[in-house]
Write a protein that binds this ligand. Structure first.
Ligand code: ADP
Ligand code: MG
Length: 301
């Protein structure tokens, strides 16, 4: 097969591991910097170009699109979908997952456990919004943040009000969320490939930090998950329409609650902490599923 990886940097651990495993399994693989791609959007013969070259003959595309370039990256992926190239994760599903509010709304509709979450536009409603999610302590977060940046713990109602007003003053869209204190600064990352949890790790925030992100100094270790956690993770990935996903779960005293669903989950933490060949499993999944036009939306919407 000829596999394309949309990634800005071939040296990144995840990109590099996918290249390695694809090659080991006899595939032709190419890393494509999606920001350098340009497109010809015609109804009969859509194409993607890269430095004067027309990109052709791909059987599958693995999107590794960074959060800061979601708009352009998903447009390039969508163009490949128009050309009937199989996407590991579809462009619509990626766009969906990048918006925390949209994701939570979709998960809530299907009864997935979630922290109580509120959203409002007008500062006049701040007080009522805080009351709605049960009062302080609570978590305020940017709708499109990643790596723990833009996630703030407000210990008192007054602090919450100031933080919410400050974000609003910057015209930032935010969520206000019940603080799951009992999670103890840890979360569970369930790595899903093709409807199976293939690996799971527990991430623990560094001392005194409620955010478990590895980018914030957290550490990861292998964890055994309960069947309720497994079911929650699988359902969440399915609802989002993702074949490959990192579903982050908090252990709350009202059961597993989904924090977020990541459509480009990193491989380094999960492979290192679990010793599993997750990249290999992704390539195997592509081998079994990459058929021309085998997508649910075929790039529509
Ligand atoms: P990001 O996309 O930046 O990773 P998250 O929503 O995943 O943002 O939040 C980052 C981390 O902060 C989570 O992994 C979790 O450890 C902690 N966290 C976020 N929201 C809550 C919450 N409501 N209760 C407890 N901890 C939380
Ligand atoms: Mg997170």
């Amino acid at each position: 097969m000829k596999i394309g990886i949309l990634s800005r940097n071939a040296k990144l651990y995840s990109t590099n591991r996918l290249v390695e495993e694809a090659k080991a399994r006899g595939h032709e693989v190419r890393v494509i910097d999606h920001l350098r791609c340009y497109m010809n959007i015609t109804s009969m013969n859509p194409s993607v170009h890269y430095r004067s070259e027309k990109l052709e003959g791909f059987d599958a595309i693995i999107p590794r699109i960074g959060a800061s370039v979601t708009f352009y990256g998903t447009a390039v992926l969508r163009q490949f979908e128009m050309m009937n190239v199989y996407p590991l994760n579809e462009s619509v599903a990626i766009t969906r997952s990048r918006d925390k509010l949209r994701s939570l709304q979709l998960l809530a509709r299907r009864g997935i456990g979630l922290p109580v979450t509120g959203f409002a536009r007008y500062p006049d409603d701040t007080e009522d919004l805080i009351r709605l999610v049960g009062g302080a302590p609570l978590v305020v977060k940017l709708i499109e943040g990643t790596q723990g940046i833009g996630v703030v713990l407000a210990e008192t109602n007054q602090a919450a009000e100031s933080v919410i007003d400050a974000f609003h003053g910057l015209n930032a869209n935010i969520l206000v969320q019940e603080f799951i204190k009992e999670a103890g600064g840890a979360d569970i990352r369930c790595f899903i490939v093709g409807g199976k949890v293939v690996a799971a790790m527990k991430r623990q925030g560094k001392e005194g930090e409620f955010r478990s992100n590895l980018h914030q100094g957290g550490s990861a270790q292998l964890v055994k998950i309960s069947s309720a956690e497994r079911q929650t993770a699988l359902q969440a990935a399915k609802i989002m329409g993702l074949n490959v996903a990192g579903v982050d779960i908090l252990r709350s005293n009202h059961g597993p609650v989904v924090m977020e669903v990541n459509s480009s989950p990193g491989l380094q933490g999960i492979e290192t902490s679990t010793g599993k060949n997750v990249a290999g499993m992704i390539i195997e999944f592509i081998e079994a599923n990459a058929k021309s036009g085998n997508t649910r939306t075929r790039g529509k919407g």
